[in-house]
Write a protein that binds this ligand. Structure first.
Ligand SMILES: Cc1cc2nc3c(=O)[nH]c(=O)nc-3n(C[C@H](O)[C@H](O)[C@H](O)COP(=O)(O)OP(=O)(O)OC[C@H]3O[C@@H](n4cnc5c(N)ncnc54)[C@H](O)[C@@H]3O)c2cc1C
Length: 502
């Protein structure tokens, strides 16, 4: 590419397509003509309803009003993910967002907590404001616990994926994005291989300087046209199918996602204002479709509102995510199962990265390299975190879980586990998505136990350590008591307006 980039075509209008359109229009709008092509005949995948707190950064970028967004998407608040039966049957823990306890004198909090375990058998989650609020169905936008140095709640959202795409579509078109409803038949390429135009099924050609492939699993540009290739991770993440089904709510929506491990996979529960999203992610090598469907229906709480829908996938990532003049986003870029709700996050960071490296003047070799390096490293980091949930299990004599427990995990993950076993050490870089408290909760929740703690904790006298823990517990418990229920908070601030799919 050597010419100025003035026009961008986004292929596909699911969550990825419309998030990209909204962000580009907001940030680069005056410099670019943006066109999005989607096919109402093909539709969108229509799942992907749970997020992580980093989405707040994206909302800020597109100047989205949080209450308006929640009203328009039947949204609820999410304080964490509860993992049921993952380590052992009957056991549950939460990956709660936000801090767990508060560090003291240079050493992370959990070392003090571990040291006190012999005298004070409190749970790690007694020090998580998010966990306490989640389990009591409470929520408010609390940035800080009053009169203390303690952080408040950290939240993400659950929302209806179809309504979210429609919401962003209205927002983007309001900012000048042109929408075309048509099927893409293929790509027209220059002799050097760059994509020159989309060929639409109705015969039209849609030329642009730069293309963003958001066509979902099809990867119409990145794979069908450019043959980029795919790195398969099914040896580590063998689940390859999901049944999804919405059900009626049976009570006020809980402010957290639940992931329950089953015979050969796991089931999600995502509570929205008007319904609950459910799905069973499973490994077809260990369970038949029919049995997986039965298990899903046997484990949902409310009345199903539709027939379960089967979605097939292959875990992994595209070999590169920016190839020639095409960047891919969303399912076109790869797939990591939704155990930690990271797919929408991956779209968001890819958009932010693209804006940062946008090739306004055409010349982009080094930016492309940097974009791919960062995107691949992010995918691999999240992959390791998800594998940990499967690998560190104690569900002995269950074939699927036995296979997971005995797999050969990536060295990067093995190192993290062994470091924690050896010294309770967890080290993350500043830009890693999951930080110390995320790893801590999942390592501990999955039964990984350290052999020791940092010797520095001895510098604090045992009675002071104990007193510190007791004070923290009581501050968190009192702060939780003062919160309203999530249902009351939603009724007051963001109760949904009737769904609109315009
Ligand atoms: C079972 C499951 C559960 C998930 N749960 C979560 C979750 O909880 N949290 C999370 O963050 N993510 C989740 N995800 C991922 C999430 O669904 C996706 O990241 C998100 O929906 C983005 O999808 P997309 O826009 O890339 O693709 P799609 O929604 O498939 O959109 C593709 C778009 O391309 C268009 N298109 C395709 N081919 C053509 C063509 N030839 N011509 C014209 N248009 C075309 C389609 O019409 C559509 O508009 C989940 C995914 C699955 C499979």
């Amino acid at each position: 590419m050597s010419n100025e980039i003035r026009s961008v075509v986004i292929a596909g209008g699911g969550t990825a397509g419309w998030m990209t359109a909204a962000a580009l229009a907001r940030v680069l709008g005056p410099r670019l003509t943006i066109t999005l092509v989607e096919s109402s005949e093909i539709g969108i995948v229509g799942v992907g309803e749970a997020t992580i707190p980093a989405i707040a950064g994206f909302n800020r970028m597109i100047k989205l009003d949080e209450d308006d967004f929640l009203r328009s998407t039947q949204g609820t608040f999410k304080l964490g993910i509860e993992f049921v039966n993952w380590w052992e049957m009957g056991h549950a823990y939460m990956h709660a967002f936000g801090p767990v306890g508060r560090d003291l004198a240079y050493v992370p909090f959990h070392h003090y907590w571990l040291k006190e375990q012999s005298r004070d058998a409190s749970s790690l989650w007694d020090y998580s404001f998010n966990w306490l609020a989640a389990k009591q169905g409470k929520f408010a936008r609390v940035e800080r616990i009053a009169d203390t140095p303690l952080a408040g709640l950290a939240w993400a959202f659950h929302f209806d994926a179809s309504l979210y795409a429609a919401y962003l579509s209205r927002l983007s078109q309001g900012m000048g994005v042109r929408r075309i409803d048509a099927k893409i038949a293929g790509a027209l390429q220059d002799p050097d291989g760059d994509v020159r135009a989309l060929k639409l099924e109705d015969g039209r050609e849609l030329a642009a300087d730069f293309f963003i492939d958001c066509t979902g699993f099809r990867g119409v540009l990145i794979e069908q046209a450019l043959k980029t290739g795919y790195e398969d991770w099914s040896k580590w993440l063998p689940c390859d199918r999901a049944f999804a089904v919405p059900t009626e709510n049976v009570g006020p929506p809980a402010p957290y996602t639940r992931a329950t491990a089953l015979e050969a996979g796991w089931q999600w529960r995502i509570p929205l204002q008007h319904r609950t999203g459910n799905g069973h992610v499973f490994c077809s090598g260990h369970i038949s479709d029919e049995r997986a469907r039965e298990q899903l229906l046997a484990n949902v709480e409310g009345r199903p509102l539709a027939d379960p829908r089967l979605i097939k996938f292959q875990t992994g990532r595209r070999k590169v995510l920016w190839n020639r003049n095409v960047v891919c986003m969303g399912l076109a870029s790869g797939f990591l199962e939704p155990l930690e709700s990271t797919s929408i996050h991956l779209i968001q960071v890819a958009i932010q990265r693209l804006i940062l490296h946008f090739p306004h003047h055409g010349d982009c070799e080094e930016r492309r390299r940097e974009f791919n390096r960062a995107a691949i490293s992010e995918y691999e980091y999240i992959r390791d975190f998800i594998i940990l949930h499967y690998y560190a299990n104690n569900r002995v004599s269950e074939p699927f879980w036995d296979a997971c427990r005995t797999m050969n995990v990536p060295d990067s993950l093995r190192h993290k586990i062994e470091l924690f076993r050896e010294s309770a050490g967890i080290f993350c870089s500043a830009d890693d998505l999951f930080q110390l408290t995320s790893w801590l909760q999942v390592l501990w929740g999955q039964g990984v136990r350290p052999r020791g703690t940092h010797p520095f904790v001895e510098a604090v006298a045992p009675q002071d350590r104990g007193g510190y823990l007791k004070d923290l517990r009581s501050l968190y418990a009192q702060a939780t008591q003062k919160l309203p229920s999530q249902a009351d908070f939603i009724a007051r601030h963001c109760a949904a307006t009737p769904p609109s799919r315009g």
